[in-house]
Design a protein around this ligand. Structure first.
Ligand code: ATP
Length: 268
C-alpha cells in the first residue's frame, strides 16, 4: 500500500441482493494530490462505487480502507432540506460539534468560507429547497468542503452546472488536489476528466474496468467503444490556450457550415 494512499479498495465486488454483479474484483488506490475520474455509460455502477468509497454502501465482497475523513457530494438530495444555505453547509461541521452543542464561531466561519470558495456566499440566507438544481449542487460541494475532509468523493458534481460554474468547480477541485486532497469524481463529461483528472477508471463492463492515466485511457478508440458511438478527441485553442475537446458524432448532419476552427488531434 502506497504511503500517500488515502483510499484503498482491495478486491471489491458489489451486487444488490442476489442480482447481477455490478463490478467485480476491483482494486485501486487513491493517493493524496490525485484526481480520479470515473467514467462509463449509464447504469454501469459508478454511483455504487463512489458510495462504497464514501462508506455509504458496503461492498458485497472486499475491503475499503479510509486513511482520511472522506467528504461525499451526492448527485442530488431526494428530500431537499428547508434549511437556509449556511445552515445546510453547517451540517457538514457535525463531526466537529460535540453532542447537544450548537455550531460555534469557528464552524460558522468554516461554512461561510466553503461558500466563498465556491463563489456562492451571496445565497447564504436563502432556503436550500428553493434553489435551482445547479445552485443546490454547488451548496452540496460547499457542505463537503466544510467537513475539512482529506479525501473527497463526488457524484457527477458538474451535471447541473452552467459553463462558468463548471469552470469554478473544476478549478477548485484541481486546487484542492494540488494542496494534497485525494479526489474521485464520476462524470459524463470526458473533457472534464481530460482537464483535471490524473487517472481515470473506465466502466466498460462489470469485469472490464480499466484504470490508467487519463490522457492514455481516453482515446478516440476507447470512447467510441465505451459509448458505442463515434467519438473524436482533440485540442482546440481558445484565446491561445489549448483546451481538450471531445466530439461525439450524434449521427445527424450539422446544418451550418461553421467549421472554421483548426482542431489539433491529440491522438494522431
Ligand atoms: N439500491 C439499489 N437497489 C437495487 N439496484 C440498484 C440500486 N442502486 C442502483 N442499482 C442498480 O445498479 C446498477 C448501477 O447503478 P448506478 O447508479 O451505480 O450506475 P451509474 O453508473 O452511476 O449510472 P448513471 O450514469 O445512470 O448515474 C443499475 O442497474 C441500477 O439499477
Amino acid at each position: 500500500m502506497n504511503e500517500r494512499a488515502l483510499l484503498v479498495a482491495e478486491g471489491i465486488s458489489h451486487r444488490y441482493g442476489r442480482g447481477k454483479w455490478i463490478f467485480q474484483d476491483l482494486s485501486l488506490e487513491l493517493r493524496a494530490g490525485e484526481i480520479l475520474a470515473v467514467l462509463g455509460p449509464n447504469a454501469r455502477g459508478k454511483t455504487t462505487l463512489v458510495k462504497c468509497a464514501a462508506g455509504l454502501q458496503r461492498p458485497s465482497v472486499g475491503v475499503i480502507t479510509r486513511r482520511a475523513h472522506v467528504g461525499y457530494v451526492p448527485q442530488s438530495l431526494a428530500a431537499p432540506s428547508s434549511l437556509p444555505v449556511l445552515d445546510m453547509v453547517l451540517t457538514g461541521r457535525t463531526r466537529f460539534i460535540r453532542p447537544y452543542r450548537s455550531p460555534g464561531r469557528r464552524d460558522r466561519i468554516a461554512a461561510f468560507e466553503a461558500l466563498q470558495r465556491i463563489g456562492i456566499e451571496a445565497i447564504a440566507e436563502q432556503e436550500f429547497r428553493a434553489l435551482s438544481g445547479g445552485q443546490r449542487q454547488l451548496v452540496l460541494i460547499a457542505r463537503a468542503l466544510a467537513t475539512e475532509c482529506g479525501a473527497l468523493v463526488l457524484d457527477e458534481p458538474a451535471s447541473a452546472l452552467d459553463l462558468r460554474n463548471q469552470a469554478v468547480v473544476l478549478r477548485v477541485l484541481r486546487a484542492l488536489a494540488d494542496n494534497g486532497m485525494a479526489i474521485a469524481m464520476t462524470t459524463h463529461h470526458p473533457e472534464h476528466a481530460l482537464r483535471i483528472a490524473d487517472s481515470t477508471l473506465l466502466f466498460a463492463g462489470s469485469r472490464d474496468i480499466r484504470h490508467g492515466p487519463t490522457d492514455e485511457l481516453l482515446t478516440d478508440e476507447s470512447l467510441t467503444e465505451l459509448y458505442d458511438l463515434p467519438v473524436a478527441t482533440g485540442t482546440i485553442l481558445v484565446r491561445g490556450r489549448a483546451q481538450p475537446v471531445v466530439a461525439p458524432d450524434f449521427g445527424m448532419k450539422y446544418g451550418r457550415s461553421r467549421c472554421t476552427t483548426h482542431l489539433e488531434r491529440s491522438n494522431p
